[in-house]
Design a protein around this ligand. Sequence first.
Ligand SMILES: *Cc1c(COP(=O)(O)O)cnc(C)c1O
Length: 374
Amino acid sequence: MAACQVSYDSPSLCTVSAPRLRPEIESLPSYKAGQMPAPRTDIRTYKISSNETPFEPPAMVREAIEAAARDVHRYPDPFNRRLTAALAQRFDVQPEQIALGTGSVAVVGQLLWAATGPGDSVVYPWRSFEAYPIWVQMTGARSIQVPLLPDERHDLPAMLEAIDDTTRVVFVCNPNNPTGEAVRRDELIAFLDAVPSDVIVVLDEAYREFINNEDVPDGLEFLQGRENVVVIRTFSKAYGLAGLRVGFAITSPHLAEGIRKTMIPFGVSSIAEAAAVAALQCEDELFARVGHLANERDRVWHALADQGWNIHPSHANFVWMRLGDRTEEFAAACEEAGITVRAFPGEGVRISVAEEEANDRVIEVGKRLSSVPR
Ligand SMILES: *Cc1c(COP(=O)(O)O)cnc(C)c1O
């Protein structure tokens, strides 16, 4: 070849090669962010695609953020000691049992970096939280996806069956995103008792605060005597701090240390830390809102069920409609009505519970489409 240019399509034909990424990264799909509603002048639009809270932060949290803003010329405390101590007190555990990250999605990544690599496998239900397959692929490990049961719950016996000698981590997403269903105490205990003690079980409880069913356990019940259980929580949903990126794990000191070692240095900012500490101090106010949203969730769910849709109860701040080939039609009708939902093409839609008007529109769209002949 006479002249040579960098060719992105066929680098091998060229003596100058394009810079290369790891094959695991090259083959990852690019992240598609949750859709924002298209600007409209006729009606108010609502983004109900990311399970955010519709409420602004309480005054005390805003004030903590403003006060922390004065110190942003300094690095944050790399150990986030104030927040760690506040969480230890709140959940009645030792500070050594807590590890933080920039959102619980980062905590999941930190745990996988700490525990898995090429040759290992990670077992999780599917469909579930979309971060799992991405993080697993980044570590070079192999995903073993176990289909959900027809009633949208985890198939824990099949997940147990799927664990083999290569398995390092198993995820239980409780309640499951995007289906909203939750595993019950008895089945989870049987599962935890059967999982080999050197396999890490992650209980991803991002929506814990929205559960109001006594049979759905709090993962913290299982830490005693089980060093392989990691409970993951977040400030993004019930605590309303999605924009500040703080999540945490509560686990055995050994695993917490592993999650801390793989944290991005200074990741949790001083503003995020101050806001999270303040949020823990206004749980009464925040949890009253959670109660309201849980009631709204049940209202939306009952209305859609009464309209004849095939939907299962949700324990989170969203509802899931398994619509199959009507998914796109439903999502488009929502968009038309000024509400942007999360569509999983060919599978279903996940609809965050939000302002009452947004919830009313979901019910209206459901009503209209339920009477469309197929
Ligand atoms: C929203 C969500 C999270 C939380 O993500 P953050 O990074 O904390 O904002 C974690 N797990 C699941 C299953 C979720 O749906």
